[in-house]
Structures are given as structure tokens and as C-alpha cells.
Design a protein around this ligand. Sequence first.
Ligand code: G3P
Ligand code: MG
Length: 253
Amino acid sequence: AQAHLPSEGPKIIAHRGLCRRAPENTLAAFELAYRTGVQWLETDVDLLKDGTPILLHDATLDRTTNTSGPVSARTSQDLPAIDAGSWFSPAFAGEPLPTLASLIDFLNRTGMNCNVELKSGKESDAVPEAMIAATLPQLARLNPGIEIIVSSFNPDLLAQFHEAAPEYTIAALFKPRHLAKDWIGVAHGCGATYIHPKDHLRLPSLLPIARREGFRVGVWTVNKKARARELLGLGVESIITNKADKFLPLAVE
Ligand code: G3P
Ligand code: MG
């Protein structure tokens, strides 16, 4: 049976939380999204050296914390000293680098839904086997009814994830250059329900093909309201945006 299956209908997804008003991928950014009425989050998962899944976009701590170096060189013992908020604003000083476990607790408390993007391959030192072993026990703690989309740019990871836990809904992430190749075979090959292409000029011409192949579609990162409205009108289901608070009314138009 499908677990945490996303319901149909337009979704406005807060990319890395409400990342224009709070530091990306922190509980503060998720909390702000929740308080403004957003129902969906997107976040990035990477692994510490000890296998602990944490939420971080980059492979290093340089841009979004008070420290530096590869995240794969750190262990959970380092977490208390990491400040993931000061770089954004002094108002967020001391904001923790969140674990996936703390996100699951947050989702269970708020009932929010989440697109969990697993980093692996070029963008992270995490190998698929370790990422899957680390994330499945956390996802298993989610309350029934919370909707989850598991996405990645790494089709090998997605295929392995799908084989290990076919009950979860998969989204295959694509950059425009991937779409010049056999993206249909890639997406079917990893058991994807969704394709999540990056927004680009020729995207609308992709939509009939996606529909024919039976894929639901989410697009990132759409920060212009007219474009978001256009894509929703063309049948795109999810808009992954840095402006989720501003775009919420689009989901009910
Ligand atoms: O999941 C959509 C988007 O987040 C993918 O790109 O680099 O922002 O994680 P990135
Ligand atoms: Mg992401």
C-alpha cells in the first residue's frame, strides 16, 4: 500500500522552508512557513560522517553556517557548536543545523507535508546505500496522513530507494540538459510518480509528454507569480518556490 501518498491538486511548496524570511533549511524557516499557512515544505538531506541525516543544501558548511568544510567530515557531536542562522541575520543567531529526526518531529507536530530531497552523487559524499539506510527509519516515524515526496537528482539512488521502500512516492529531479537525453526512461526506471524539472523556457512543451507518460509534475524554483500561475494553468501540480507565503492564493484560484 502507498504510504504518505500526496493528494491530487495544486501544491505550493516552500523551497528550503520560507527561505527569504529565515535561514534556509532550518526549523525557523519551516515554522515561519507553517505560521503563514503553507502546507508543503521542500528540504535537502545530507549525511554526517557518522551517518546521521541532516538538512543542508551545500556539500560544505561554508555558505550557511558559522563554520566551514565538508559536512561529511562532521559527526553529531559537532552539531551543538554549529550555528545555521547567524549568516542570514543576527535575529537567527544560534539556530541549529537540523537533523532529519527534528524535521520528522516538526511534521508530526504541525501536520505539514514535505518534499524530502536526498543529496547524493555530484552534490554530496553520501552514497545511496547509506542515505537510504539513514532516512527510511526516520520516514517510518511519520504520522499517518502526512504527505511525502522523496526526490533526488541521482536516479540510481531513487531506483534503490524505490526497490527498498516502494510505498513512498518518488520524484525524479531534472535540469534542462537532462531533458535532452532519455529522461522518460530514467524517470520510469526509478519508479517515479512525479518529474520535478527546473523551470525553463521550453518547459511547457514537456508537459503533454509528461502527461502521456503518466507523470505528475512539480517545477522549481518558480519565483515569478505570473509564471507560477501559467504553469499551474498548464497542469503543473507543484510549484516549488522561495515565495510560498506570497503564492498561496494561486493554489485555490
Ligand atoms: O527540489 C527542488 C530543488 O531544491 C532542487 O535543486 O539545488 O535547490 O536543491 P536544489
Ligand atoms: Mg532542494
